[in-house]
Design a protein around this ligand. Structure first.
Ligand code: AKB
Length: 316
């Protein structure tokens, strides 16, 4: 059996931080190279400072460590991207094309590149959004993910590169904060609630969005990456669903544990982004192809977040 060496690009981000220990369990700590723009204070296992937009640096790293798989998690997200669209496009596309080209040239075995519900926009059904929908995104992040999905399919078809992808909904986790997304409110509210603070929500109370708990997002990622190659029928990106809720429903779920929580609704520019996205996702193709089943609904996720963050914010 071939021994894999895995590279995570964007290891300091919300998903990278939580995925690293799982990949270390599967492949062995020394066989997982974490990389990002800065070395964190407490790196567990090998870490490389990497700017993924630099093709020579990426090639050198892949060769030195004999990397066989890449998880490319670095991207500018939906809300942040809108502050400088050309910068976001440039960064997202440069890093993606470097990853694909280096993976092709160095003959990597597998590559994971996430996509997002941000690929959908006007003209897609907002309820139970189907796998094959019209993709007219409202943000530069969404445009870059639609382009990315098509590049993934192209590299698979033209070069046989085994590249796999999921359209993540908003990911909810306690391990680290997301940065620059439209779904970030659903993480930030827990941190404020647990500290006894009022929460200013940048979305209106009835804005329904698809979300997923980190454990489910990671399990989906591992299940997709470990699925037999011939079971993968989607080479753009799979729809993936966990749960769907509004800020008002999330507030009520948290208030079952922290009844004193108050929320002030102050919708800003992110409201229009959220309103262009699905309210719920049809992930039947992922269920059929590689057996996807979510494990966390709103109440189980809320209980888990409160339990985990109670430990993080425990008084010393
Ligand atoms: C964002 O809000 O931009 C991300 C996403 C849904 O991809 N969390």
């Amino acid at each position: 059996m071939q021994r894999d060496t895995v590279l995570i690009i964007g290891a300091n981000g919300q998903i990278g931080t939580a995925l690293l220990p799982l990949l270390q369990d599967q492949f062995g700590t020394d066989n997982v190279i974490a990389s990002d723009l800065q070395k964190p204070d407490h790196a567990t296992g090998p870490f490389e400072v990497l700017d993924a937009t630099n093709p020579d640096a990426l090639t050198d790293l892949v060769r030195r460590h004999k990397v066989t798989q890449i998880y490319h998690l670095a991207a500018v997200l939906s809300a942040k991207g809108e502050s400088d669209p050309l910068w976001a496009w440039d960064l997202n596309m440069k890093a993606l094309l470097n990853v694909l080209e280096v993976s092709r040239l160095q003959q990597l075995r597998k590559v994971f590149v996430p996509s997002s519900i941000a690929v959908f926009g006007d003209d897609a059904l907002r309820n139970n959004t189907p796998q094959n929908s019209v993709l007219k995104p409202s943000t530069v992040y969404g445009i870059s993910k639609v382009a990315a999905e098509n590049w993934l399919a192209y590299y698979h078809k033209r070069y046989g590169l085994d590249v796999r992808s999921l359209r993540y909904p908003g990911v909810i986790s306690y391990q680290s904060m997301p940065g620059g997304g439209t779904t970030d409110y659903a993480v930030a509210i827990f941190h404020e609630a647990i500290q006894g603070h009022a929460f200013d929500c940048f979305l209106a109370e009835d804005t329904r969005l698809p979300m997923i708990y980190m454990d489910d997002a990671l399990r989906a990622t591992m299940e997709l990456m470990n699925a037999p190659e011939d079971s993968i029928s989607v080479r753009t990106s799979y729809n993936l669903a966990g749960m769907s809720f509004t800020p008002a429903e999330l507030t009520a779920a948290i208030q079952r544990y922290l009844p004193e929580l108050t929320v002030n609704y102050k919708p800003d520019f992110r409201q229009a982004i959220a309103e262009s996205w699905p309210m719920s996702i049809d992930d039947s193709v992922a269920r059929r192809d590689w057996g996807w089943q979510p494990g966390f609904d709103l109440s189980r996720m809320t209980e888990e977040m409160i339990n985990q963050l109670s430990v993080v914010y425990q008084p010393a």
